[in-house]
Design a protein around this ligand. Structure first.
Ligand code: XMP
Length: 318
């Protein structure tokens, strides 16, 4: 029978044998898969694993700093690269969802390629690919590796893609990855994190992206997610987030009429993201969250809750 401990022992031995004293590069996303892959490789080859964590400026509030600190605390050899300005500059004025995704994918590859050149004499590219990614190579939850695959024909192969590939989680399902992570001593909160799309908040800001809109959505999202945790609802939900809608609506504050933004909250139950049901969150929670958002986030005067299931709706709004 399969056990996480036996998997770790066997895989670490295999990785040592395969990689020897060569250098490996790995892109961390803050998600479960890349984090578990990193810790596994670190156990096998230590400082020869060079991790790169890119801030695309579209992460959750404080995510880049917090997660980077957490990775450092785990002993990983990690470099945080804040490329926010580069991503946001290239996205400016763009409102087509697929073009936004492509732009983010392209800039990610450019940044990652630049950074991988700074690791001298690297021989391997490690990826947190898991079994569902392998069987469904067009997986919707593709992350950076999928992004890379769909862009490698643009202007020739970037150098890091010419490296030998190592994918230690390739035969595992998500729940097995979590169990391996637990056996490696990775923080439970990290292992229980909701999925988060590679393009991040870009596909939750409908229409064009500005730094101001990102800042508003980060605040709204943080209130929603912190609230779910406080009310002990976070682990009962498969994925949750907020969407910034491209409409203003009329409101009233004191004697003043306002004309401000509207956000939609979304929380779903799912097993793989292919189908999903909206979650029946308690009215008291929704009421408190809506009040908190409208009172604390300048520029937002209306909150709605998304009660659409997938299909026919999707989880993200773009
Ligand atoms: P949809 O919106 O297609 O989302 O119902 C299903 C799951 O996939 C995630 N998602 C993405 N992940 N790059 C990603 O890495 C993307 O472009 C992307 N689009 C959607 C979404 O967050 C959900 O978990």
């Amino acid at each position: 029978t399969w056990t996480p401990d036996a998997f770790v022992d066997k895989t670490v031995a295999e990785l040592k044998e395969k990689i020897g004293d060569e250098k490996v590069i790995l892109g961390l996303s803050g998600g479960v898969d890349s984090s578990v892959a990193a810790v596994l490789l670190h156990k096998a080859i230590g400082k020869n694993l060079h991790c790169i964590f890119v801030n695309n400026g579209l992460l959750r509030k404080n995510e880049f700093g917090d997660v980077l600190k957490q990775y450092e605390g785990m002993g990983l050899n990690v470099k945080g690269v804040d490329a926010s300005a580069r991503f946001l500059d290239d996205l400016a004025g763009e409102s087509d969802p697929e073009t936004k995704r492509k732009t983010i994918g392209r800039v990610f590859i450019e940044v990652f390629d630049d950074e991988s050149h700074l690791v001298e004499n690297a021989k391997w590219l490690a990826q947190g690919t898991i079994y569902p990614d392998v069987i469904e190579s067009v997986s919707a939850t593709g992350g950076p590796s999928q992004t890379i695959k769909s862009h490698h024909n643009v202007g020739g192969l970037p150098d890091f893609m010419k490296l030998k590939v190592v994918e230690p989680l390739k035969m595992l399902f998500k729940d097995e990855v979590r169990r391996v992570g637990a056996s490696l001593g990775i923080d439970k909160a990290l292992l229980g994190r909701h999925p988060f799309p590679g393009p991040g908040l870009a596909i939750r800001i409908l229409g064009d992206i500005t730094p101001e809109k990102v800042a508003i959505l980060q605040e709204v999202d943080a209130i929603f997610i912190d609230g779910l945790k406080k009310w002990d609802l976070y682990d009962k939900v498969w994925q949750a987030g907020a969407m910034l809608l491209p409409v203003n609506s009329v409101g009233v504050m004191g004697d003043e009429r306002t004309y401000e933004k509207c956000v939609a909250l979304r929380a779903v139950e799912s097993t793989d993201g292919m189908t999903a049901d909206w979650v029946n969150l308690p009215y008291e929670f929704l009421q408190k969250t809506s009040n908190d958002i409208i009172n604390k986030v300048p520029g937002v005067n209306r909150v709605v809750y998304d009660i659409s299931s997938k299909p026919p709706a999707t989880i993200e709004w773009e």
